[in-house]
Design a protein around this ligand. Sequence first.
Ligand code: SF4
Length: 490
Amino acid sequence: MKHHDEWHLDRIKEECGVVGFYVPGEEVARLAFFGLFALQHRGQESAGIAASDGGKVRMFKDMGLVSKIFTEQILDGLPGHVAVGHTRYSTSGGSEQRNAQPIFCVTVVGEMAVAHNGNLTNSAELHAELRAVGQKFETDADSELIAVLLMKYMELGIDEAVRRTMAKIEGAYSVAVCMEDRLIGFRDPFGVRPLSLGRIGEGWMLASESCAFDPVAARFERDLMPGEVVVVDSTGLRSFLTDGSTRGNMCLFEFIYFARPDSVMYGTSLYQARFRMGSALWAEHPVEADLVVPVPDSGIPAAIGFAQASGIPFGEGMMKSRYIHRTFIQPDQRMRELGVRMKLSPLRQNIAGKRIVLVDDSIVRGTTTDQIVRMMRENGAKEVHVRITAPPIEHPCYYGIDMASREQLIAANKTIEEIREHLGADSLGYLSVDGAMDAVGIGERRFCNACFTGNYPIQVSSTFDRDGIAKGVVGEMATVRSGQGLLEVE
Ligand code: SF4
């Protein structure tokens, strides 16, 4: 299901969320459901869970929200103590059911289901290479490529299969694999996408974000290291590092916007990081004003930080409809033209007659920020000063984030002054890249910040065009020996 309203088009799309469980004696599909529910913000197009009882991997996946897809009956049909789950927004492959994850396949050592968050930068080359030796693909998703490589190398043993797969694939990936009798997790050598490890009872849990641990009473242990592989089976957990960067290049945007504020990454609370970004915004772009207003919900921690640092009162200037994303009814054309009014309603009494500082996390195309500024003015704001915690986004992301083409990125095509004019704001201030990184509180600079700076930590294959779209990936449909042990929707 794609949302085509203006709000959705003008947001950077979260990528995917993954969870993994190995808990002896527990039925973990239900835990995977609640883990995915906590990661729903990372992808709302499809979701799936694969679980194993030690002898058979069963899977269910469908389009839509986690809460819509799974029922008691479906979860009862996924018995076992090993599971992986996935919630998806399409970053490679189209928005279609066949691209939903996990990807199921049968290897020489048994059945397997693969869930992946990220984007491979050499998928076109790998598809071509594998097709040349007769490999068929059912989908155009990177996760199938990873599954095929794991399957191909599995006769060398599980550790070696993961090592060889990681040596072949390039790009950003955090992967959880459910095998009949074990759980595997691995993270790319640059650590671009997050993956956390937690303890749950006598077992272990993996999740894209630590916010997935609380609802299932798991305890956060640590982030997986860049290039780390963990394997959990009846003997416990073991881990090894593959070759690669030890520095880590975690996506700076996770800290600014994608991840939930109650998650912890690099040992830092995302809420606190965003709060400090707000303080830094005040330091970099002070302004005289009467009220600091967040664009809900993502602008709230930074707006509180801005308000505390500046001494300007914090106040709400608009309400966000909490349930709009739960509707399956698409707005008609007339409603789409209403734009942000479908999502945000002004609190006129709070803003009338005031000089407003409007704090938001990012400006992508600029087509919703200008509507929000207009809404503030129409409801009596005397001045509107826009402050943004993401530095100007001038470059596309090749690592699993959908942020519109370069032509659509307003900061790639206009100066700050031209953007201010476009927004109809009295002033505009973006946080600097250094300001954003310092706010996270990591002494050593260990980020990917390529969409702001153009410094890409992982080489991008020549088969990507400059807007980050992999060319020639979609190919013939065939089989990956899937189907067995599969509990599929009609
Ligand atoms: S390019 Fe930007 S969005 Fe993509 S991984 Fe790097 S920081 Fe994150």
